[in-house]
Design a protein around this ligand. Structure first.
Ligand SMILES: [Fe+2]
Ligand SMILES: [Fe+2]
Length: 329
């Protein structure tokens, strides 16, 4: 699949309609080509970004902070979920979509991510970093709206939503969201490509989600750079404690995924938080685990390729995947 303007049409339509909805028909007709140009530009801009300042980058420097914050802020795609034109689905496609066991957990994950990122943003005093974190949190909230609109459009019944209280430890909440996105996005990249190839979802529906998936790519790129910058700027005596906290976060995420692999959430409701890790069979694509890992690795590299090469890339999950690849066919 390509990361071109073609790949964002339905969400792009959300931009389009908001661009022309306030005009009379004649004006709207003439505004349409301009709106399409805007869409193409917005889609390209969210996937490509290079800092104009030349020269090598020192991780942990003020220049590094400026670079990863500007990457996030300047690649924001201003689509509006409320006006997304959800494609009509055939009865078979509708059944496939509505029977996936993921919608409750997907909506709730975005709700939790939004409050966790916003809560952490409130603790940050640097204005640029705070602005970038606020945008990250707003994009998570927007993902939740996109999912809610999808659920509504296709008549998917959701369990009642829980409250989303702010985390007691804002840093813990931010680390949990950041590292869990590093795991889930890596597998979602591959699954998304598999769903597109197999035709499990109609192409228009896959395209509708394309910008959301790329946004998660931007989020994990931002997060790993923040983590490296933050670690370097901690006084030496706080670094071991921070390393321990990160290790506890990973342990928590592994525990959470093992628990959810059993298919039962805290309320005893069958859900599948590991869908991103084991969903290729559900998506109707007969792929070996090895081929799936290869696809995830290739998609991960492709989605990160458009951003300044001096920024760090998410490394842990791809490294683990390459290790696992040696043992599976
Ligand atoms: Fe999200
Ligand atoms: Fe995210």
């Amino acid at each position: 699949m390509s990361g071109t303007s073609e790949s964002a049409k339905p969400v792009a339509a959300a931009l389009h309609s908001s661009a022309v909805e306030d005009h009379a028909p004649a004006e709207a007709a003439s505004a349409a080509p301009a709106a399409h140009t805007t869409l193409a530009q917005a889609d390209h801009a969210m996937r490509h970004w290079t800092d104009p300042a030349p020269g090598p980058l020192c991780v942990g420097s003020t220049q590094h902070l400026r670079m990863f914050c500007n990457m996030l802020l300047q690649t924001h795609n201003p689509y509006k979920p409320a006006v997304i034109d959800w494609p009509r689905l055939s009865p078979e496609a509708l059944h496939r979509v509505t029977s996936l066991p993921i919608w409750d957990i997907a909506v709730q994950t975005e709700g939790r991510a939004a409050i966790r990122v916003r809560t952490f943003a409130e603790t940050v005093s640097d204005p640029l970093l705070r602005r970038a974190l606020e945008m990250d949190g707003a994009e998570e909230a927007r993902h939740k709206v996109v999912l809610s609109k999808l659920v509504e459009a296709y008549g998917i019944a959701l369990a009642p939503e829980p409250d989303y209280p702010p985390p007691r430890d804002p840093e813990w909440g931010w680390l949990v969201t950041g590292y869990s996105e590093c795991i889930d996005s890596f597998f979602a990249f591959g699954l998304f490509a598999a769903a597109r190839r197999s035709g499990f979802f109609p192409a228009e529906l896959v395209e509708t989600f394309e910008p959301v998936i790329q946004e998660e790519g931007r989020h994990i790129l931002f997060f790993v750079n923040w983590a490296a910058w933050y670690r370097r700027n901690l006084p030496w005596w706080r670094r071991p404690l921070f390393a321990l906290k990160v290790a506890r976060v990973w342990a928590f995420l592994v525990w959470e995924r093992i628990g959810m692999a059993r298919g039962i959430d805290a309320d005893g409701v069958a859900q599948d938080a590991n869908f991103t890790m084991n969903g290729s069979a559900a998506l109707g694509e007969a792929m070996t685990p090895g081929a799936m890992i290869d696809l995830c690795l290739a998609e991960n590299a492709r989605r990160m390729a458009g951003y300044d090469a001096r920024l760090l890339r998410p490394g842990t999950v791809p490294r683990l995947a390459r290790l696992a690849r040696r043992f599976v066919k």
